[in-house]
Every structure is written in C-alpha cells, then in structure tokens.
Design a protein around this ligand. Sequence first.
Ligand SMILES: CC(C)(COP(=O)(O)OP(=O)(O)OC[C@H]1O[C@@H](n2cnc3c(N)ncnc32)[C@H](O)[C@@H]1OP(=O)(O)O)[C@@H](O)C(=O)NCCC(=O)NCCSC(=O)C(=O)O
Length: 577
Amino acid sequence: MLNTATKSEAPGTEQELTDGFHLVIDALKLNGIDTIYGVPGIPITDLGRMAQAAGIRVLSFRHEQNAGYAASIAGFLTKRPGVCLTVSAPGFLNGLTALAHATTNCFPMILVSGSSEREIVDLQQGDYEEMDQLAIAKPLCKAAFRVLHAQDIGIGLARAIRAAVSGRPGGVYLDLPAKLFSQVMNADAGQKSLVKVIDAAPEQIPSPSSVKRALDVLKSAKRPLIILGKGAAYAQADEAIKNFVEKSGVPFLPMSMAKGLLPDLHPQCAGAARSTVLKEADVVMLIGARLNWLLSHGKGKTWGEAPKKFIQVDIEPKEMDSNVEIVAPVVGDIGSCVSAFLDAMGANWTAAPTDWLSTIAKKRDDNVAKMAPKLMSNASPMDYHGALGALRAIIAERPDTIFVNEGANTLDLARGVVDMHKPRKRLDVGTWGVMGIGMGYSIAAAVETGLPVLAVEGDSAFGFSGMEIETICRYRLPICVVIFNNDGIYRGTDVNSAGDDPATTVFVKGSRYDKMMEAFGGVGVNATSPDELKRAVNAALDSGKPTLINAVIDPAAGSESGRIGNLNPQSVLQKKK
Ligand SMILES: CC(C)(COP(=O)(O)OP(=O)(O)OC[C@H]1O[C@@H](n2cnc3c(N)ncnc32)[C@H](O)[C@@H]1OP(=O)(O)O)[C@@H](O)C(=O)NCCC(=O)NCCSC(=O)C(=O)O
C-alpha cells in the first residue's frame, strides 16, 4: 500500500501524489524488509523517521561501521538482505568496510546511502559531502546501482535485492542522491513502478553427473573427511546436511561459523583432531567452505604428505580449482546438492573404514583429556581456559544462546573450548579475521532472532565497537557482553624499551569496562574468578538485561596471534638481538 505524500493543488487536476521517501519505504516493505540498521543524518534523516512511522524497525547506531556489520550478519542469519542506511561521503565510507566484509563473507547485504547532487559532483564543484560514491563502492561489492528518478526506485531496489541474495550472496550498494527523495510523482504510477521480487534466490540444482562423480570419489576413500563451512550454515539445510553426514559415516570438521551445524559433541565431529584429519585424509569434501588461508589453501604442511583428492560443493562455479585441483566439483545451492547426494547414495552406502574412525577418536579423546584440567582452573585473576571453561558450561546448558566472539587469544581459544550445539549460534570474525564486528553482530542477532546473546570479546576487539553499548541499552536488548580484559593486545605486559610512552600493544591497566555500561543504565559487573563470571553471565541471561562483565584476565596470559601461518612476520634483526 502506498503512503500518500500529498495532493497536487492545481484546480481541476487534483491527484494523489507520492515522493521518493515514500517510494523507498514502500519498496522495502513490499519486499518484506522490515528492519534497517543505520545512522541518521543529511540527507536520510527523514527517511529513517518516516520508515519508523511506517512500521519498519529502524535501529540507530553510533557509528555506521557497526550498523553495517549488523546488517551483514542479519543477512547471514535470515537469508534476506540486511539493510544499512548511511549519510553521504563520510557515513558512506564508514559503512563501506562492512559492505566489503559482507561481500567477502558471502552475506547478503544492501548498503543504502544518500549522496550529493550528480550535476555538482560530476563537475567537482564542491557540494556538501561531495563524492562519487558509486565508483568507490563498485570494486568492493557484488553490484552497485544508482537511482536518479523516483519512478526507478522500485526497479533499483529489486535489482539490489536480487543481486544480494541470488547465486553466491554478497554486498550490494544502492546510491540514492538527495534530490531523489523529494521528487514527486503520481501515486498510482508510483505504486505501479514498485517491483516485488519473486524467487530472489532460486534453487540451483547440481547436475546428476557431478553428484555421481562426487559420490564415487567419496566412496573410494580410505580416510574421507567432510569440511563444513559457513556457506553450509547459511543454507539453512540443517536436516539434510545432518542426514547426509550421518548416512555417509564420514568424520566432519566444522569451520568456525559452521560449528553447531551438527553438534560439536557428535561422535563424527573431528574438530578436536583437526591437525590429524587435515594431514591424513585422502579425500576431502568441502561443503560451503573455501580453501582460503583458514584452510592453508589446501596445501603445505598442514595437509601432510599423503596425496589428496578434493570434492567441492559450492554455489559459485568460479570457486573450483582456485587453490588446488578439484577432482569433483559440484555446483549448486548447498541444500539442493546435499539432497541430491542423499537421493543418489541409495540404501547400501558403506560407512568410512573403522581404523580411520578410531584414529580420529583416539586423537580427539587425547586432546579433550589434555584440555579438561585447564578448564577447571579457578585462578584469580583468571587465565583464558578457566574463564572459557565457565562459559562453555553455560552454553551447554543454554544451547540456544547466540555466541558472538572476537579477539586474538579470546577468539582462538574460545573456538576450541566452547562447544556449539545448534546451527548458526556461533558468529565470529569470519573470512577476514576482522576486529570490530562484536556489538553490531550482537545487536542484529538479538533483533533478528529474539534469542539471548553472549558476546565474548577481547579488550582490544571490543574497543572497535564499544560505544554501541549505548545502543544496546537504548533498545533494551538481551545482550551480555563479556570482556576478557588482560590490559592489552595479546597480553598486557609489553614494555617500551625506548621511552616513556606505553608499549604499542598495552592499554590502561586495570580498566573497568563495566563502568561504561553503568553510565548508560545497563548492568556492569567486575568478575575476578570463573565462579563470579559464571554467576554474572547466568544472571544476565536470566534477566535479559543489557549487561557488561569486565572479566579480569591475568595480563601475562595470552600470546601473539600465532595461528595465522606466516602472515605475522617478525623482524630478523629483532630475532638476532
Ligand atoms: C584456521 C584455524 C581454525 C586454525 O587454527 P588451529 O589452531 O590450527 O585449529 P583450532 O583452533 O581449530 O584447534 C587448535 C587445536 O585444538 C584442538 N581442539 C579443537 N577443539 C578442541 C576441543 N574441543 N577440545 C580439545 N582440543 C580441541 C584442535 O584439534 C587443534 O589441535 P591439534 O589437532 O592437535 O592441532 C585458525 O587459524 C583460525 O580460525 N584462525 C582465525 C584467527 C583469526 O581470524 N584471528 C583474528 C586475527 S586477530 C588480529 O587481528 C591480530 O592478531 O592481528
């Protein structure tokens, strides 16, 4: 239903009118987009107000980057494009990091930004916040569109939606120049110009021959492995994936955001035997996972000496052979591919060889046993394992909680320690290992799912989006933020040997982040032991009140991010000293 903006005044020619503002809102609503994440300002302040008045939930953030991260993860969680709304030039640029992040992670998102006047921008005459935003956005997203005329708003948004969610999802930029919003047109014509996108992400069925080839290779394996990536989690084909993995009998390794697709405690889960399975597998089936840096590009010492065959299931044909030869590419959407596997497997599928399964079980049990005593530590100040042991128990009791996680040690250790039990409950730094997603992700996760959120943040990582705790308090969201505070990046004990300035990696010692939360009316707690931490998190999740827990971690605990291969070079000269 169109919102009528006004009536034309000319005698005898009275007609219902609408304008750009209303058409944008109506186009969003027509396509079921009911939430916008953004920061108000010129020229989109009224768009936010009017969208809110029209029943769209508009969440105003303190910085566009966080609103953008929120939109990106909303896309991941819902399979609909998350929308981020920004002002021109600087606001647009602030949102652009998140748009690029969405594209890299294959999350559907639309960055809608106001922009200045085309005529002035093109002649570079110095307009307010002048910038050729379309040109700048293009290389960082899947598609970019600019709408110049009110009658094209419907088609512009339709193109943006389809581009964001079809095929491999990604970020889309939609440029709306300020003048567009006040353009007036006949309301009937405006209504007719709107487009409801039908079947925005059509099924992509894999070819039967590719399915047969993949199953033949998998069947031939002596030491098969399935790797589940966040593409598999995105697909929301949870039952089919579980049935396929279980019917195949093949051990599976979940990538970080695929944890919980099948429970981490599932007998086929090889998460706690990662090195062993990567080294020793002879056939590896990738489902919605890419052979990027997180999998050492499919080669090198991580993958051992034994020759390997790779099967890859992905919606994007260009993904195949991007790092190593893929002997059995299966192109299609994950749900359709996995269902096709199940259909083609027949009743007589033989499970993986038992000696392979027992090798993995032994390694897994050894690693679990090695970690178990560390998780019992009740040291104060806490070490990472003691604190994470407390959180792991909470997630086991409350498996529907959404666990947001970023940091260096806080991320690396939580990934292994905190088992996930349900799909899409772990949200983290993703493909780029980016810091700063924490509060944006938490806000969108709470808004989109209605579930409680536990965000476990390194103190440095939290700093990138920390001001959004005001947003959390303002919207009274059920989010509990735990800051692992060890006074710095990696650890808080580094010293500057050459002067009075603090070392580059340390922060103010003994900071009380919990006081920030109290400033906005939320609950702040300072926790110095795993028992205190556990009590405070349980209380926060029971009450649903916005809470921030400053978890005091030993400043000497933690090490430099060492799990990123050779990406963190150290100076040869430094080493020689
Ligand atoms: C790709 C990776 C998962 C690979 O890490 P690895 O350390 O090799 O693997 P994991 O963490 O999965 O596991 C480590 C080891 O723990 C074992 N493991 C795993 N789970 C368990 C449980 N539940 N119990 C016991 N042991 C376990 C696992 O088998 C490995 O042992 P073995 O099998 O015996 O080997 C990781 O590198 C990764 O995700 N990195 C992302 C990091 C990131 O994005 N950082 C942000 C940058 S921070 C930043 O900005 C900056 O620093 O700068």
